[in-house]
Design a protein around this ligand. Sequence first.
Ligand code: NAD
Length: 293
Amino acid sequence: MILAIVGAGTIGLSWTTLMLAEGHTVRVTDPRPDLEQAVHDAVREFAPTVPGFTGTAAELLSRLEIVGSVEQAVDGVHAVQENGPERLEFKQDLFAAIEKAAPANALILSSTSGLTPSSMSAKMADPGRLVVGHPFNPPHLLPLVEVVGADEAEVARAKEFYHSLGKVPVVVHKEIRGHVANRLQRVLFEECVNLVEQGVVSIPELDDIVTNSIGVRWATVGPFLAFHLGGGPGGLRHMMAHLMPYIPEDVQARLADQVEAVYPLADNDKRAEKRDRQQLEIISFKERDNDVR
Ligand SMILES: NC(=O)c1ccc[n+]([C@@H]2O[C@H](COP(=O)([O-])OP(=O)(O)OC[C@H]3O[C@@H](n4cnc5c(N)ncnc54)[C@H](O)[C@@H]3O)[C@@H](O)[C@H]2O)c1
């Protein structure tokens, strides 16, 4: 495929490397004066940390095209990944320009961390064409891409596209500022700041607490499955009834029904074994790989 990267800062350079490593031709545009050097440096630095990539940076750079305008970048492409500054007016004008210059069937994707697709597409003739594909930094390494948009068919095409790049795309069904992962990070980090400011723990102590508990656990099971497995034979239903009086009873019942539908209680032993195998791997890898704090 021929893919366009519009905006080659932190995120755009990382996407460029991943897309090149996946075998695509990547056309990059950004007004930064050091663009060519920045892309070459980034591809050399990031390529070794693209999961599964065993080729050379030189091979990747042979499929790179640096161009001087958005119009040139998106001409004839299959997909455009936008990674410009996080300013609403800027993105509104940019997407109107991209829509005019890109092929009618090209995917138009935005990396925005916080803005909603409906706000960014305000100046487009067909707002449904814009889909947010929000990566978790750095996109060449971490699997998640949050996918959200107004048109179901475009969202499905975007999901398929990210899947083809080896990512784990997750559709966010309602647009919401900050999407999901960053909203979770924000809540947790606010409490981290609060605890350090109150003198409850120091910064390295707080980091040790997270990386030796929920960090290991959440790399293997998400918050819902973690509590479902931690609740004994009664699963999350039991856990909420006994330890989470702050969740209203009707909400508890709805959540427990959903959790038991996707994670039937009968298989929880196998899930717990898998969680533990993976946790052991993570813990022992961290013990071996501990040269820098
Ligand atoms: N940094 C993160 O952790 C992160 C994570 C996920 C998503 N994002 C999102 O990705 C986007 C880019 O963030 P970033 O951190 O890479 O920012 P950045 O400031 O590093 O990069 C933005 C780039 O856009 C370029 N630019 C400015 N005007 C342009 C134009 N007219 N055409 C093309 N390029 C132009 C700038 O020169 C710059 O290189 C934002 O929307 C941000 O919310 C950031």
